[in-house]
Design a protein around this ligand. Sequence first.
Ligand SMILES: CCCCCCCCCCCCCC(=O)CSCCNC(=O)CCNC(=O)[C@H](O)C(C)(C)COP(=O)(O)OP(=O)(O)OC[C@H]1O[C@@H](n2cnc3c(N)ncnc32)[C@H](O)[C@@H]1OP(=O)(O)O
Ligand SMILES: CN(C)Cc1n[nH]c2ccc(-c3ccc(F)cc3OCCn3ccnc3)cc12
Length: 392
Amino acid sequence: SLGKKHKFWETQPVGQFKDVGDTSLPEGPIEPTTPLSEVKQEPYNLPSLYEWTTCDIDDEDTCTEIYNLLTNNYVEDDENMFRFNYSKEFLRWALRPPGYFKSWHIGVRVKVSKKLVAFITGVPAKIRVRDEVVNMAEINFLCVHKKLRSKRLAPVMIKEITRRVHLENIWQAAYTAGVVLPTPISTCQYWHRSLNPKKLIDVGFSRLGARMTISRTIKLYKLPESTVTPGFRKMELRDVPAVTRLIRNYLSQFVVAPDFDENDVEHWLLPTENVVDSYLVESPETHEVTDFCSFYTLPSSILGNQNYSTLKAAYSYYNVSTQTPLLQLMNDALIVAKRKDYDVFNALDIMQNASFLKELKFGPGDGQLHYYLYNYRIRHTLKPSELGLVLL
Ligand SMILES: CCCCCCCCCCCCCC(=O)CSCCNC(=O)CCNC(=O)[C@H](O)C(C)(C)COP(=O)(O)OP(=O)(O)OC[C@H]1O[C@@H](n2cnc3c(N)ncnc32)[C@H](O)[C@@H]1OP(=O)(O)O
Ligand SMILES: CN(C)Cc1n[nH]c2ccc(-c3ccc(F)cc3OCCn3ccnc3)cc12
């Protein structure tokens, strides 16, 4: 029909807008897997000025190049006031999960200067869709330098990472984006809970409510100094088996969710300073681990403000409540984040998050996050509450 033409995405094995609502199409892989011998052996062609490079994230200088490219050219909010500022330790965490492939950390350099001007990554993940556990690639950090935009570089990078993922005999992928592409499996809202309202108002992230003063606003968002749940403590290595049992059981209720094993839990959920914080509730009586909450640290650069350069943001990650009310558990997470000097606590309305957002004084964000699967059809668009997957 009319509407935007997606010249690249209409060539890809993804749900097409024209097929939305066609319930005759089966759920599952859209294209059959290809014999490995038929996968293109050589890289796709880049425009002649550029060359592919496989980025070694363990190399300090390469990690710095990636950090600088993203810091200056990655995702901005709709009003171009903030830009994600993933730290180097965060990138090393995000890109080296169990079973990762260095070949999936793909850069583009200018041949002459060797300047890194583009980047795209994949990490392997076992993702369950309903009752099927599918080996997928989680694609992230797609970035083209601002000076090289709208040259159709992104499709070449996407085809190249697709080729490299195919070489590892993986045929599906998961990704999220703030932009609408063919075709979201779900669209969720993000919400923000002010922790440092004065700074948020100063930098233009929040606006003073009608009939509100600064001091009234500070009082509105005030939190206790200490958490309230008995047995609430930081997660430790010895907790990995119990947390794995807890989170596997919890995530089984969602249509799309990671299929975490103990190695995954150790990597993704054990606290890492300035990257991911995780807490659990150990019953003082039974010493059973009954609840879990976690958030990751993703600052945003503040573009064009005299007094502040960085917004310290915590993002809700995976949370499980079996004994402690989710509302109380998440309020303890807010209390910890405030104590650690975060300015704002962000959450998507996925999983059971909608049950606490309003009551804990989260306000709706100004955009949406769309979830996508590559080469896997979902018959009906999912509600955010059916999603159990958080991509960084
Ligand atoms: C089996 C394995 C499969 C693995 C692969 C799975 C798929 C993985 C897919 C990747 C998932 C990444 C997830 C992720 O990283 C999280 S979403 C964050 C993406 N990055 C940013 O927003 C950073 C700032 N923007 C940029 O760097 C550029 O604007 C980018 C590089 C985004 C586009 O560069 P550009 O210079 O602005 O544009 P052209 O090169 O001229 O290309 C235009 C074409 O690119 C399509 N486009 C635009 N934004 C996109 C996006 N976010 N996903 C997918 N496609 C996107 C667009 O629709 C158009 O195609 P169409 O004509 O068909 O509409
Ligand atoms: C998920 N991961 C793939 C990064 C990513 N890509 N595109 C995005 C678009 C929105 C969000 C997002 C997710 C949760 C949230 F609470 C706020 C968000 O963006 C606010 C707007 N913003 C953008 C930059 N600085 C502020 C993340 C992303």
